[in-house]
Design a protein around this ligand. Structure first.
Ligand code: PLP
Length: 430
């Protein structure tokens, strides 16, 4: 019987286990396989993935155990990681490159970990072509902590700042900024249920604002900036939360004063937050700024002021290496566009059975929310999808419906399987 394993149980399987006296415990079977389902309670047919796309884009060959052991995980984050990255981490878990230690056991000040964090930074710099006048910080506390750290570092308490709010995350960032600055929402998509991005010419920016803040991709609502507004404030600073589309496509970093992202969607496990900041913005934190939120402290100490999330940074480094091996972010973007195209096409061609609420021109390549015309079928859709090993498709509790997150690590075959399932489900339920 095929056993389902989580990424964590994969990591915990010691590749050298034959050398050990104690056998590795059986992996936790989190997902039922077809053999342990009662056939009388299921009406779904087996989905075979024969959909022909015209794409030239090829998935990398799956590793031998992929098809049996793994589900297609459409979670919004923590999210799917590349299979080969997990396997590499697994193979290095017990004894990292002959050091006799796991990365989890290393001193963050030792030469081994220094080589890991420096390589992670230089690979990220190569991927995003980050100019030398920008610092890269590996921090903790999630993107949520940055909602406070940004105004604390870049504003005085009475400084005005501009926020464009295109979804729940932008709204949260704005609300937190109220504690440390005087933010103003210059555009909100709330009345249209966060399905749009504004026309930039119509924005009334405050010339005295210290920065203009956007959320580049709203994970819950599935709206993504395809181009960026030009800040018309005194500093010319644009700041972006890129948590859910970080490293999914090339970005001109020089257009931004600061970019931040939680790692747990596209580049690693939760616990690492990446900040890319123009160096001349560092060093002006408000006096009340806690030491852990002060960019100067972290920049001066190369992200090693206190104990960093070492294993998470190591995992991010493996993902960066993998993205470079794939040919860099231009190649990654081509794959992401292809995956999104086949999924949105399936929605649009369903004659209303499935619907995407988001305006076409700003639909996210990463998070695809959709509703079912017959909302009473939602639970059945999720149940049948899970039986086919496609999980975490439930939309965020605040918007309902479905959401398929198709980050970098989601293979094309995963999206093709979902689309085949959606068509089959429609044929049986229309
Ligand atoms: C766009 C965006 N910003 C911020 C956050 C909050 O991130 P964290 O949970 O790492 O604080 C999320 C989390 O999903 C997100 O998607």
């Amino acid at each position: 019987m095929a056993m389902a394993t989580s990424p964590h149980s994969l990591l915990l399987q010691n590749p050298n286990r034959n050398l050990l006296k104690n056998p590795t415990p059986k992996p936790f079977n989190a997902f039922p396989t077809r053999t342990n389902l009662n056939p009388t309670t299921t009406t779904s047919k087996r989905i075979s993935i024969t959909c022909a796309t015209t794409t030239q884009i090829q998935d990398r060959p799956p590793s031998p155990a992929q098809s049996q052991d793994r589900v297609f995980n459409f979670a919004a984050g923590p999210a799917i990681l590349p299979e080969n990255v997990l396997r590499k981490a697994q193979s290095e878990l017990y004894n990292w490159r002959g050091s006799g230690m796991s990365v989890m056991e290393m001193s963050h000040r030792g030469k081994e970990f220094l080589s890991i964090i420096q390589k992670a930074e230089s690979d990220l710099r190569a991927l995003l072509d980050i100019p030398p006048e920008y610092a890269v910080l590996f921090l903790q506390g999630g993107a949520t902590t940055q909602f406070a750290a940004i105004p604390l570092n870049l504003c005085k308490p009475d400084d005005p700042v501009d926020y464009i709010v295109t979804g729940s995350w932008g709204d949260k960032a704005f609300k937190e900024a109220q504690k440390f600055s005087k933010p103003n929402v210059i555009w909100s998509g709330k009345s249209e249920k966060y399905t749009k991005i504004p026309a930039f010419e119509s924005l009334e920016q405050n010339p005295d604002a210290k920065y203009l803040h956007i959320c580049a991709n709203e994970t819950i609502h599935g709206v993504e900036f395809k181009t960026y507004p030009t800040p018309k404030n005194q500093t010319g600073l644009l700041i972006a939360d890129m948590s859910s589309n970080f490293c999914s496509k090339p970005v001109d970093v020089s257009k931004f004063g600061l970019i931040y992202a939680g790692a747990q969607k596209n580049v690693g496990p939760s616990g690492v937050t990446i900040v890319i900041i123009k160096k001349d913005l560092i060093g002006n934190a408000q006096e009340i700024t806690p030491v852990m939120l002060d960019y100067k402290i972290h920049a001066e100490n190369n992200s090693l002021y206190n104990t960093p999330p070492c294993f998470g940074i190591y995992m991010c480094g493996l993902v960066f290496e993998d993205l470079l091996e794939q040919g860099g972010l231009e190649e990654v973007e081509k794959k992401n566009k292809k995956k999104a195209e086949i999924l949105y096409n399936a929605i649009d061609e369903s004659k209303g059975f499935y619907k995407s609420p988001v305006e076409k021109s700003v639909r996210s390549l990463m998070n695809v929310p959709f509703t079912l015309e017959k909302s009473e079928l939602e639970a059945e859709f999720l149940k049948e999808a899970a039986k086919e090993k496609m999980v975490q498709l439930k939309g965020h509790r605040s918007v309902g419906g479905m959401r398929a997150s198709i980050y970098n690590a989601m293979p094309l075959t995963g999206v093709e399987k979902l689309v085949a399932f959606m068509k089959d489900f429609q044929a049986r339920h229309a």
